[in-house]
Design a binder for this molecule. Structure first.
Ligand code: ZN
Length: 244
């Protein structure tokens, strides 16, 4: 079984399409939340992921606010401006679909579980070893995938906690004997914040118990032009170019 892992699409249709084209064949998509917010194509992104032949979804914090489940109190100015635009742009039917997305964590199979922020709280950011240790303590599967920070990161717990080395280029192998467990953020599709503007995604191959991360260029100029044309803050277009 091959899983495509995508998170934090943030209404960036160009980035999503580039990932879907680059990912090759896969059996099932794991969609880790924040489909909307910041970008200019919330309706089209929702339609695209709903049309995936097989997928498991969880919601992100922007999905909750976009769906009307929560107010914008926890958002900064930019996020609030963008999600208010998103709420007004989404059709009622798509808002209802967003509102029905399940809360993470969700166990996918014996190997994988997914969450948006952390397995103990969907809204918590995992930024460092301490956050990761808390998360790994409650993770129920050898490979826990998360999103929310928009930054590629990996943590491994064996006898002692450590960050996984350069996970961008080296596939992570999950030992079948259960001697190591992993917590990995495959990065953001639609708004990377790790200095690399390319869209990020992951592929899990359950037959070899391997997770590989990948980046792909997309039509950045088109996504930026739509943000500006929509009247969203221009900084949301500019940040896409620098991956911050
Ligand atoms: Zn996000």
């Amino acid at each position: 079984m091959r899983y495509l892992v995508i998170s934090d699409v943030h209404a960036n249709l160009e980035a999503l399409d580039a990932v879907l084209a680059a990912a090759g064949s896969y059996d099932h998509a794991l969609v880790l939340g924040d489909l909307v917010g910041y970008g200019a194509d919330p309706n089209a992104v929702i339609d695209r992921v709903r049309a995936l032949p097989a997928a498991t979804f969880i919601r992100g914090n922007h999905d909750k606010v976009g769906a009307g489940l929560e107010n914008t109190d926890g958002f900064n100015y930019l996020a609030r401006h963008a999600i208010t635009w998103t709420i007004n742009t989404l059709t009622a039917e798509r808002r209802q679909w967003l509102a029905a997305l399940p809360q993470g964590p969700v166990v996918v199979d014996d190997l994988v579980e997914i969450c948006h922020g952390a397995p103990f709280d969907e809204d918590v950011y995992i930024f460092d070893d301490l956050d990761a240790m808390r998360a790994l303590r409650v993770a129920r599967r050898p490979l826990c995938l998360f999103g929310h920070t928009h930054v590629v990161a990996g943590y491994q717990v064996t006898k002692e906690m450590r960050s996984v080395g350069d996970i961008q280029d080296t596939p992570i192998h999950i030992p079948p004997d259960g001697t190591a467990r992993f917590l990995v953020n495959c990065g953001a599709v639609g708004q990377p914040r790790d200095g690399d503007p390319r869209a990020a995604y992951g592929i899990v191959d359950t037959s070899t118990q391997t997770l590989s991360l990948a980046r792909v260029e997309y039509d950045l100029a088109a996504a930026q032009a739509k943000i500006v044309a929509a009247g969203l803050p221009e900084v949301l277009a500019q940040r896409l170019a620098v991956g911050r």
